[in-house]
Design a protein around this ligand. Structure first.
Ligand SMILES: C[S@@+](CC[C@H](N)C(=O)[O-])C[C@H]1O[C@@H](n2cnc3c(N)ncnc32)[C@H](O)[C@@H]1O
Length: 219
């Protein structure tokens, strides 16, 4: 079952027993203020014909990272965690052998955006690198239309579930955003709960989820 909740994840986690989820795949605010002016790229430098421009509503959700209580709660309610942006949260996480790199390749085409993102994980195994094309904030060359400024590809979540989850696992995403994680969980057959605080993002994620999962197959 897939459950999408318009709720503060701290409130949701407070009501959970220890280790209620097998795996949490989360993408908390990195504290970069990325959504604060609603303009996620400079049109003059970016609109070179290979991207669609897109504006988002200005919000402050990315102005600070979550505090220590978030990481304590997350590790209380889930057995394993994959935490995107782990490099921004080093004060709150322990040293681990493994980590995950998402290499976006789109950097070759536009110098303004990061070529990669890092996820911290306490899952065992060697570090892994995923190569999935993605260009900046405006347009994705995977066929997905972007509905959220930090929208990650469904394909990325699909790969993480394939590599880190076992059949029957219950998956948590505390920061749902566009709902890519929920769509991937649906297609992979996992039970999943996603929390999103912002009502507009939540409504957009629910709409996207309904539209995408009404199709025969995404992959
Ligand atoms: C980095 S984005 C997640 C993007 C997502 N991975 C995707 O692929 O679209 C973080 C999201 O967390 C939401 N958020 C911030 N604080 C939250 C909280 N306490 N509980 C639930 N959601 C929260 C923000 O509104 C934002 O949509």
């Amino acid at each position: 079952m897939i459950e999408l909740l318009n709720i503060d994840c701290m409130e949701y986690m407070a009501g959970l027993p220890d280790k209620a989820f097998d795996l949490a795949i989360v993408d908390p605010p990195y504290g970069l203020g990325i959504a604060s002016n609603g303009k996620l790229h400079n049109n003059s430098s970016y609109d070179k014909g290979f991207v669609k421009n897109k504006d988002y509503k200005p919000t402050n959700w990315d102005n600070a990272i979550p505090d220590q209580n978030y990481f304590i709660e997350l590790q209380r309610v889930s057995k394993k965690q994959i935490i995107w942006g782990g490099n921004f949260f080093i004060d709150h996480l322990t040293s681990q052998r493994s980590f995950i790199v998402w290499y976006k390749k789109g950097k070759d085409k536009n110098p303004n955006f990061s070529p990669a993102e890092l996820a911290w994980t306490n899952c065992s195994g060697l570090p892994k690198v995923y190569f999935i094309d993605w260009i900046g904030f405006g347009y994705i060359n995977t066929g997905e239309e972007k509905i959220h400024p930090c929208h990650k590809p469904i394909k990325l979540y699909k790969s993480l579930l394939q590599d880190y989850a076992k059949p029957g696992d219950k998956i948590l995403d505390t920061h749902l955003g566009s709902g890519s994680s929920a769509i991937a969980a649906h297609y992979a057959g996992f039970d999943f709960v996603g929390c999103e605080l912002d009502k507009d993002y939540y409504d957009a994620a629910c709409k996207r989820f309904k539209e995408q999962t009404a199709q025969q197959s995404l992959f």
